[in-house]
Design a protein around this ligand. Sequence first.
Ligand code: SF4
Length: 318
Amino acid sequence: MRVLLAQPRGFCAGVVRAIEIVERSIRKFGAPVYVRHEIVHNRHVVETLRGQGAVFVEELSEVPDGAVTIFSAHGVARSVEDEAAARGLPVLDATCPLVAKVHQQGRRYAARGRTLVLIGHAGHAEVEGTIGQVEAPIHLVASVEDVARLDLPESTPLAYLTQTTLSVDDTRGIIAALHARFPDLEGPEVSGICYATQHRQAAVRELCAQVDLLLVVGSRNSSNSTRLREIGEEMGRPSYLIGHGGELDPAWMAGVRTVGLTAGASAPEELVLDVIAALRRLGAGEIAQMPGIREDVEFRLPAELREPTSDPAVQAAQ
Ligand code: SF4
């Protein structure tokens, strides 16, 4: 049995930044620091940070007065920011800059009087944050059928936004359905689906052309990891989303000659290595990696967490 790894896979720049914000906050301010919602949707990451002194809460009412508070990479609604400000909580915002960009787009469209449609999944933290960041009603759609059900006149000046971790192909179909129904439609030139999501989906498509089975390392509540597994299924490969090597079922490997392996944007490489070790125990020999895009995206940390440095090049970058 051979293992073929997707490239790119795993951590994106937004996840690296968010984790770094928690770790540096603990070092700088001391434990505990309070994180509203899972900093990223990965259980291993959350447990590791909890071990270092992060306390994860769902509501600000659970944060004691004066405690350092971190907003997760998914972003928060304005009401949450306002509540933190009213209580004078010291806040570090780990919202991914690409999510914040979607918020800004939404506010711009609303200011120009456009009715907003958000393509995304109900209940996801990012979607709740985006809806709560724009002071105008937002219609949420997750499918072409939802577009048909929108109770809006066809002459409505409309603008769409997208969740950052959607299926590129499904989103293209939903945007086409919006265009077909609403002639006065605006949206970002490329959808708000982020670079990391697009790269990982393209890589997994290439991978699936060469493998008998797909394993995606990631947590079940991770949107982008779930989309990767769905792509494997669409391409006719048995596809499983697993948190670590211990979740591997040997029965899946019957008759499999090449296993494809990738990881969602919130899954650390150490979990990929854990799955490789489990595959080796099941008889995997050669481990190869597909050629693919090397990402070099980095996002700046909040000013209060940047290390003081005397290097002028680093200072310029900060
Ligand atoms: S998946 Fe994209 S939007 Fe989400 S944290 Fe990563 S870079 Fe940011």
